[in-house]
Design a binder for this molecule. Structure first.
Ligand code: PXG
Length: 294
């Protein structure tokens, strides 16, 4: 059966799931989105993802025409219709159909899209041996201009950084903020172990408040790993014992080289491995469970 996607209350086969060319999500990147995972019929941290979606929508004054409960039900129904137990869920809410001007008042109703699909996993080898990444010239959006904590459909800032990483032959890039402090990666948050303390930049420096980031902070507390939100420079990263990235798609992925500098021993560190294991255990318990029937 062809994949079924939800648009505004109905499900359509992938080949027929279409939105208007006048949708302001397309014309202006005017909208918000979420990337969610389900693990063995458990939607991981669904409430946290919905909270972030509704908060982002509130900030851009976009009214989502569904309650959080209705949205949660629509997500689960979409997974059930597609009979997916381990999946990636992309939730998109756009300003809706308007005219060619950017005035959002012309858009009468938000467009709600839910796509679920099989998850594309990173190669196993990256988790065993760690990732090599670089810093790129494009700096992260200024929070006072477009706050990176807002998960909007305007991803060009990150896409530019991704392109720059790709040109240099790398898959992921560290983005600095306008002051030169470490902000985050193009689709992941960043953590470092510095003198036995787990450190990540505060989100006000220009990072998304990642759900995986939040889960790692929660696990560090539980495992009694000292933790601090602190400003990080590239120098701090180069001289860290361990570095890893967190994100819904990547989960927890070790970093072993940054801008040519070896991190620690140049292999995934023991705290990283401990947190990776704890994270995998958490994905089995923390979320909203659903049934697939027979
Ligand atoms: N920073 C940015 C800029 C992101 O876009 C994260 C950090 C990690 O946040 P979460 O909440 O996922 O821990 C993200 C999330 C994709 C994809 O398809 C990207 C994300 C999430 C899921 C899929 O590229 N980015």
């Amino acid at each position: 059966m062809e994949l079924q996607a939800y648009i505004d209350g109905k499900w359509y086969p992938k080949s027929e799931a279409k939105v208007s060319i006048f949708d302001h999500g397309l014309l202006y990147g005017d909208g918000v989105f979420e990337g969610i995972r389900s693990y063995n019929s458990l939607v991981f941290k669904l409430q946290e993802h919905l909270e972030r979606l509704y908060e982002s929508a509130h900030t851009i004054m976009l009214e989502i025409p569904l309650t959080r409960e209705e949205m949660a039900k629509a997500v689960i129904r979409t997974l059930q219709i597609n009979r997916l137990s381990n999946a990636y869920v992309r939730l998109v809410v756009t300003r809706g159909v308007g005219d060619l001007g950017l005035d959002p008042k012309k858009c009468k109703r938000a467009t709600v899209i839910i796509i679920t699909d099989k998850i594309i996993l990173y190669p196993d080898e990256l988790y065993r041996n760690g990732l090599e990444i670089i810093t790129v010239p494009t700096v992260r959006n200024l929070p006072e201009a477009l706050n990176p904590s807002l998960k909007s459909l305007n991803y060009l800032n990150n896409i530019m950084a991704k392109i720059e990483a790709g040109i240099a032959g790398y898959q992921e890039a560290i983005m600095l903020n306008f002051q030169g402090y470490v902000a985050e990666c193009t689709g992941d948050n960043i953590f470092a172990m510095r003198q036995g303390t787990l450190v990540t930049p505060p989100t006000y420096l220009g990072a998304l408040k990642g759900i995986t980031r939040g889960a790692i902070i929660e696990l560090a507390r539980k495992l009694k790993v000292p933790f601090e939100e602190r400003i990080l420079t590239r120098h701090d990263l180069f001289n860290a014992e361990e570095v890893f990235l967190t994100g819904t798609a990547a989960e927890v992925i070790p970093v072993v080289k940054i801008d040519g500098r070896k991190i620690g021993e140049g292999a995934p560190g023991k705290s990283t491995l401990k947190l990776m294991r704890a994270f995998h255990a958490l994905t089995k318990t923390d979320g909203v469970r659903y049934k697939l029937g027979d």
